[in-house]
Write a protein that binds this ligand. Structure first.
Ligand SMILES: NC(=O)c1ccc[n+]([C@@H]2O[C@H](COP(=O)([O-])OP(=O)(O)OC[C@H]3O[C@@H](n4cnc5c(N)ncnc54)[C@H](OP(=O)(O)O)[C@@H]3O)[C@@H](O)[C@H]2O)c1
Length: 253
């Protein structure tokens, strides 16, 4: 057991995350997830994240999009949280352009029902420089599929449901090297179960009593996945944990 030692103040909280080598993903692209949970593991309060996220978490959550080519989100999160264009602060956007990337990452929404607000800012905001992806399956309703194609670039990745592995392959084929998923728990659980998660950023928010919704919902029969702790940061009472893919611990450890 180690007591964490003297701390060093960071000028830029994003710096340790920008320094991560994401060039060797397990699959076709590096997949990282950024989630916040309460001390009881709850992933929402009253069906939303806002009251769970502290000020430093909210700031890092937005800044983290800097590292992503695509931000991948489940449809229920879009419906509940409402998403707009994924705009970054000017200095971060410029750094991306300097590196030959678009100034902001592209949104990708996973949905079978295609019951999405096509008039919402995620699809219509004038600040969007590229249309979002909508990732769906062949069983999607043809009329809704036609409507989706008017608002987004549609990617079909699976028959009855979206296969996360196929979806990631399709995103990689379209040039994505780093895919950041912002949840929700259902989508994250499927990504983890498929063995696709390379990196997990988990913020522990200093409260309990939120919704009975874990940060990731494992599909029935999913295997265990192990992770290795890489970075621990703190700001006030908020703890930021960074893990990478690792081994499932044995009973001896
Ligand atoms: N704490 C956090 O960091 C965090 C982050 C994000 C969200 N949240 C919270 O989590 C809640 C929403 O999460 P959730 O788990 O209910 O939903 P979710 O994962 O955001 O979205 C689930 C939906 O995504 C689509 N989907 C997921 N996997 C699919 C597949 N394999 N094939 C086809 N479609 C698929 C389906 O959309 P259709 O129904 O359209 O078919 C499904 O209903 C909200 O309360 C939100 O506030 C918390």
């Amino acid at each position: 057991m180690d007591v964490l030692g003297p701390t060093t103040r960071l000028d830029d909280p994003l710096a340790p995350y920008l320094a991560v080598d994401r060039s060797r993903p397990a699959g076709p692209c590096w997949v990282l997830a950024n989630m916040v949970g309460g001390l009881d593991g709850s992933a929402a309060i009253g069906g939303r994240v806002a009251a769970l996220s502290t000020k430093p978490d909210a700031a890092l959550f937005l800044a983290m999009r800097t590292v992503a080519d695509v931000v991948l989100v489940g449809a229920e999160t879009i419906r509940r949280e409402g998403y707009g264009p994924l705009l970054l602060p000017k200095v971060r956007a410029q750094a991306r352009r300097d590196a030959g990337k678009p100034s902001s990452p592209r949104l990708a929404v996973v949905s079978r029902s295609l019951d999405l607000d096509w008039a919402g800012r995620a699809f219509t905001d004038p600040a969007l420089d590229q249309p979002p992806y909508v990732i769906t399956c062949a069983a999607a309703d043809p009329q809704r599929l036609a409507r989706a194609r008017e608002a987004a670039e549609v990617v079909v990745a699976g028959d009855e449901r979206v296969e996360p592995g196929l979806a990631l392959q399709e995103l990689a084929t379209r040039g994505a090297s780093v895919v950041l998923t912002e949840g929700g728990p259902t989508l994250l659980g499927e990504i983890v179960a498929g063995g696709h998660l390379d990196e997990l950023l988990l913020t522990l928010s200093p409260l309990m009593g939120g919704d009975p919704l874990p940060v990731a919902i494992a599909p029935t029969g999913a295997p265990l996945s192990g992770f290795a702790l890489r970075t621990v940061l703190a700001e006030g009472n908020t703890l930021f944990l960074r893990y990478e893919r690792g081994e499932v611990p044995s009973h001896e450890q």
